[in-house]
Design a protein around this ligand. Structure first.
Ligand code: UDP
Ligand code: MG
Length: 313
């Protein structure tokens, strides 16, 4: 049984060699055949040089895809899955935060349990601050409520899956690749196992608060059209509200002779409705923009160089 490791790498020069060695050490006595597909996602450091070095010494079980620029981890995962030949494929980070030992256990589980197609690791202990954890929990709750797919708290891209699931993921050629959504959208029987990420070996994380927000937002837009309906609801609510208010004013005027307060009411209403309208248009624009990008049907990534000794591809 061949197991492929897919490793997206962006500025991981000091990590790729130790990671490669760790995988070799773990897999050597495992009884599995194994290979590694490194995807250099347009790194600006020595990552590619290091990968080339690894390839030249161990070409038999290493493949390298080098992107023409940084396309993002989601695209790197897609490319990696394309080049992975395994019966079982593991997605794993290149920064040594996720252990190949667990990956091997996941593969063993799949080998021994026909009923499952995928083993996904989720972070059982989060290391982030209270605010981030609160926001992330809120995001998962929201996603589970507004989309028909299921999101598991803390589930990462660290997972091992069977060929059938890999092919299903590859058949999704959309441009906005929100992988958490894609993994659960394709379905398949997935078992979740807890893990605690190690410390990053070298280099730094590519995430910051702004990127996380953007990611969450893209995820929502990619996997539900609920926000569009939301703006329709807001419109209906505003219209009903104004009807009621109109009645109140008329009754006040006719029955009690109370003068209608003019200026303040107008300003508040104009601002409120203007705000709601802009909000609705913004949401509409977001979906339109995504549709626009998808309609161009651009490739998900562009490769600059490919190191692959197998003649099959
Ligand atoms: N990564 C990538 N392209 C990017 C950003 C990240 O291929 O644009 C890779 C990165 O090299 C690492 C993995 O994705 O192997 C996870 O990234 P990171 O460690 O920054 O995320 P974290 O572990 O902090 O969630
Ligand atoms: Mg990391």
């Amino acid at each position: 049984m061949l197991i492929s490791f897919v490793l997206p790498c962006y500025n991981e020069a000091e990590n790729v060699r130790p990671m490669h060695d760790w995988i070799v050490e773990t897999m050597q006595s495992s009884g599995f055949d194994y290979e590694m597909v490194f995807v250099d996602d347009g790194s600006r450091d020595e990552t590619y040089a290091k990968l080339k070095e690894i390839y030249q010494t161990t070409a038999a079980h290493v493949r390298v895809v080098r992107f023409s620029r940084n396309f993002g981890k989601e695209s790197a995962i897609f490319a990696g899955l394309q080049y992975a030949a395994g019966d079982i494929v593991t997605l794993i980070d290149a920064d040594l935060q996720q252990s190949p030992v667990l990956a091997r256990e996941m593969a063993e589980f799949l080998r021994d349990n026909d009923a499952y197609d995928c083993v996904a690791a989720f972070q059982s202990q989060r290391r982030e601050g209270k605010v981030t954890a609160f926001l992330k929990n809120g995001f998962y709750k929201l996603m589970n409520r507004v989309t028909e797919i299921e999101f598991v708290q803390g589930a990462s891209d660290f997972r091992t899956m069977r060929r059938s699931m890999v092919d299903a993921i590859l058949s999704m050629t959309e441009h906005n690749r929100f992988s958490k959504g894609i993994f659960s959208w394709v379905g398949f029987a997935t078992r979740y196992v807890p893990y605690v990420p190690e410390d990053r070996h070298a280099g730094s994380t590519k995430w910051n608060t702004w990127k996380l927000f953007k990611y969450a937002f893209d995820g929502i837009v990619s996997f539900t059209t609920m926000p569009l309906r939301l703006s329709a609801f807001a419109g209906v609510a505003a219209a009903l509200g104004s009807l009621v208010y109109m009645l109140v004013i008329i009754i006040q005027k006719i029955c009690f002779g109370i003068a209608v307060p003019g200026y303040a009411t107008l300003v508040v209403l104009i601002l409120l409705l203007g705000g709601i309208q802009l909000f609705g248009m913004g949401i509409l624009g977001e979906y339109l923009a995504k549709t626009y990008v998808e309609s161009k049907r651009r490739p998900i990534y562009l490769a600059r160089e490919i190191l692959d000794s197998s003649s099959l591809r």
